[in-house]
Design a protein around this ligand. Sequence first.
Ligand SMILES: [Zn+2]
Length: 331
Amino acid sequence: MTLSPSSALPKIDRRDFHRTSCRALAALATSGTGWTRRSRVAAQGTSIAPPVPYVDMHVHLGQPWNERGPLTAEMLLRWMDAHHIGRAVVLPLISPESWFYPITPQWVLEQTKPYQDRLIPFCAVDPRSVNLGGYRGFLDILRRYVEAGARGMGEHKWGGPVDHPANIELIRACAELQLPVLFHMDNIRNTDAPGLPGLERLLTEVPEAVLIGHAPGWWASISGDTTQDDMGGYPRRSVTQGGAIDRLMEKFPNLYGEISAGSGANALQRDREFAQEFLRRRADRLLFGTDYLADGQEVPQFELLASFDLPREVWSQIAAGNAEKLLNHPR
Ligand SMILES: [Zn+2]
């Protein structure tokens, strides 16, 4: 979740996008894959249809707050219908660093219950919950959420180091219950240094944990020259080889990345040549996501993903296949 979603989003150069997407569409129309411009452009809504309906790994529901209006389950479903999203993961936010007010797992579970076929609730636990008493306590509360319908943990957005001992215990409990963890990383939440040594320590301690990276600290690390400042922002320069994301994905098969928000869009937009290869190379680890959190919010991911020249199989994996695999995991 981003505090000012629209203002923080990097702007896609419209001319650039149209040139690229028209070329991509023309290429697809003549490539013999059976995809035509007509079949890929939605009759309803404004997005280009993916080969399979999206699974959005990152959305929120919201209650009215000052000038912000509500985002109800029904509003979310209408937006999903207009954008070819079959199912969406709804993320609570409970850490004080995460949102204006707590969006509790209980509320998310309750709001999504009537729409279980399309809205998938996650839960959230803050590692500082000392009364839980560490690993055993984390297991206990996570089990209660799982019994109530939670399919993963996140948005995990607590204000401490990603490799803090309490965080390692919480992630260990999630791994025990086979709950994927979607974490937000920047210079305030799940903090780390350039090169992601903390995340590497966490993964080394709990290699069976399924971790899904999100936000500026994670996505800035696509590049080999990442600075600490980059990890709290939106670097625009070209990507250099040797980024921590590739290195850690190579080493840890349970590490994923989801492309939501300004940070995900920026990582793919800042160096399109690198991104084109990255999307193919990491097709089995990337997850579509939007971070939709407010009615009418602009979401760059639809146009952006469609603007790359991706084999149908790759696009399907990123749009839905990888998410289905994680969410349908028996537990
Ligand atoms: Zn979010």
